[in-house]
Design a protein around this ligand. Sequence first.
Ligand code: NAD
Ligand code: UDP
Length: 316
Amino acid sequence: MDKQRDRNLVTGGAGFLGSHLIDALMEKGEEVICLDNYFTGRKQNIIKWINHPKFELIRHDVTEPIFLEIDKIWHLACPASPIHYQYNPIKTSKTSFLGTYNMLGLATRTKAKLLLASTSEVYGNPLIHPQKESYFGNVNNIGIRSCYDEGKRIAETLCFDYNRMHKTEISVMRIFNTFGPRMQIDDGRVVSNFINQALRGENLTVYGDGSQTRSFCYVEDLINGMIKLMESEVKGPINIGAQNELRIDKLAEIIIKKINRELKINFNPIPQDDPIMRRPSIEKAKKELGWSPTVDFEEGLEKTINYFIELNKLSI
Ligand code: NAD
Ligand code: UDP
């Protein structure tokens, strides 16, 4: 008989996506070990589970090996916001390479399945639009974003090589821009930046002329896609993201309108290698996982704004 597979290890579990994933797994009644070094994650994100008998919290850095008995590894540990992954780029590369290597070693020893949280950044500044999984990307390997982009590319390579050499079960998920409650107030990502600038009554900082695009997926949809992928036999890589492609200046206008204040836009220099356009092709996710996003963008935005309003009240 197949062993019951419900002992989960969530690396990066105290972060934005990891903590939402843990909520979903705990609510399904599964056992969860949350592993984090708290570089960008916070205990507050998972505090409600701390005394739960099926929950365990380990402070650990994935660049070091760890010995555990486990059935499923959700490998999310890695800073995701440009200001965080560029803070110590060598550590970011180490986290992606050594972290994934250590987790694949653990998966192989315990016969666990590993899901890698990869990223749309593997496409770099894409020359085809929308981005399909078959596209090999256009990545600068020596730029300021490379530690993250190339880190995730080698992490994907490791997953497929472990699968070919050791039959390790893997799934690779390419996550596109995701937003929602528990993004960090100061992580520099566009949705959290704009909302918090607007709530503080500051002008919004658009980088470049604002014509660059992103597609924003609400966190709940993203986590549903992640769980569907883990439960499937699909190795991927598979894109998970939203279809609501928006110019960044338009996003600023939407947020100003929602927060209903008299604010202007300041145009600042665009960071090096900032991708010009980004929208996933999700045909594969629809066909192979039966997944597509369901949460309306503006509804997700309102939930996120309300989260930051509450957070600001708490921190006063
Ligand atoms: P986050 O920064 O909120 O979470 C990352 C977590 O990993 C944090 O809790 C951090 O403390 C932990 N961590 C970082 N380095 C570690 C290390 N060496 N050892 C142990 N823990 C470590 O970011 P997030 O948005 O939740 O992203 C989670 C994953 O999803 C990342 O792998 C990221 O690359 C991927 N991703 C996210 C997005 C997005 O829009 N949020 C998009 C694409 C990919
Ligand atoms: N951006 C912006 N103002 C900000 C923060 C970000 O104009 O205050 C832009 C950024 O240059 C990029 C887009 O918004 O073009 C998305 O940035 P984010 O860091 O959220 O995600 P990523 O670039 O990693 O997709």
